[in-house]
Design a protein around this ligand. Structure first.
Ligand SMILES: Nc1ncnc2c1ncn2[C@@H]1O[C@H](COP(=O)(O)OP(=O)(O)O)[C@@H](O)[C@H]1O
Ligand SMILES: Cc1ncc(COP(=O)(O)O)c(N)n1
Length: 273
């Protein structure tokens, strides 16, 4: 009997269920991968924005890592909101100690509502300690600008940011997401050799809370299942496009994406008669 694939998310929380740990675990579950979590920060937020957050003590974050790794080693790990440089250094150390082969680094810096989620110095830690460990980094445009210290105005700028992240910062591959760009919602993957474009029509919706988390979680689940990176990203793009194009229409602000979007015709759990 083959064993179920296991994936771990290291991130902050969202009590309203749209982003962070909650989005990641929902995604793992929907894909059929066993989901686990290390919580770095408890965030009070919803579709209207971030109210406040409490970063957990470093020792306690470490204890969660140990609880997972000594018992159920994951096939892939994803990190989202790593709230401060110490948590980043700890995550890098734990990934190395556990010899994690598949690591998706979502360099969460700013919530889609515009609130900063990590400090300035933390960006440098991402660049120095985490990028060299990652199978793929998945910045949105503002994150790609912050990480590479470059303005991104054109498609060529997006590609150049991917090239800089791989060639200068030592990440294995970079997926620059075009959600914040104008026109189509196109993302560019650079793996040191070729650029691959993942395209989708841009839907006129405000319900994209957690879209970056969810996309990275699908990629993590794909890697956990043994898929090559290109296929994991392709599946991720299909999942997130369906999750955005079939909105649940809940929340007073920028509502969550729909984890049943990819099988929306088959399951309509929120439709009231
Ligand atoms: N309105 C939209 N229509 C279709 N796809 C979108 C839309 N907004 C974002 N996306 C896609 O959702 C994914 C997450 O994108 P992005 O918004 O750039 O990341 P983040 O949530 O980290 O800010 C990307 O694949 C992006 O192309
Ligand atoms: C704990 C946490 N992590 C990440 C995000 C970013 O969400 P998005 O995927 O919309 O960029 C968030 N709002 N909260």
């Amino acid at each position: 009997m083959t064993e179920i694939a296991k994936a771990l998310t290291v991130a902050g929380t969202d009590p309203s269920g749209g982003a962070g740990i909650q989005a990641d675990l929902k995604t793992f579950q929907e894909i059929g991968v066993y989901g686990m979590s290390v919580i770095t920060s408890v965030v009070s937020q919803n579709s209207l924005g971030v109210k406040s957050f409490v970063d957990l003590e470093l020792d306690f974050v470490e204890s969660q890592f140990d609880a997972v790794f000594e018992d159920i080693p994951p096939n892939a790990v994803k990190s989202g909101m790593l709230s401060n440089p110490n948590v980043m250094a700890l995550t890098a150390r734990k990934l190395k100690e556990a010899n994690v082969a598949n690591y998706v680094l979502d360099p969460v810096m700013i919530a889609s509502s515009g609130h900063a989620l990590i400090s300035e110095t933390a960006r440098e830690k991402i660049a120095k300690e985490l990028l060299p460990l990652a199978t793929v980094v998945t910045p949105n445009l503002p994150e790609a600008e912050a990480l590479t210290n470059r303005e991104i105005k054109t498609i060529d700028d997006m590609k150049e940011a991917g090239r800089v992240l791989v060639e200068d910062y030592g990440v294995n591959a970079a997926l620059i997401k075009g959600g914040h760009y104008e026109g189509e919602a196109d993302d560019y993957l650079y793996d040191g050799q070729t650029f691959e474009k993942f395209s989708a029509e841009r839907f006129d919706t405000k319900h994209t809370h957690g879209s970056g988390c969810t996309y990275a979680a699908v990629i993590t689940a794909g890697l956990a299942n043994g898929k090559p990176l290109y296929k994991a990203v392709k599946d991720g793009k299909a999942y997130i496009t369906a999750a955005i194009s079939n909105p649940l229409n809940i929340g007073k602000g920028q509502g969550p994406t729909n984890h049943w979007g990819h099988r929306w015709s088959e399951v309509q759990p929120t439709t009231k008669v």
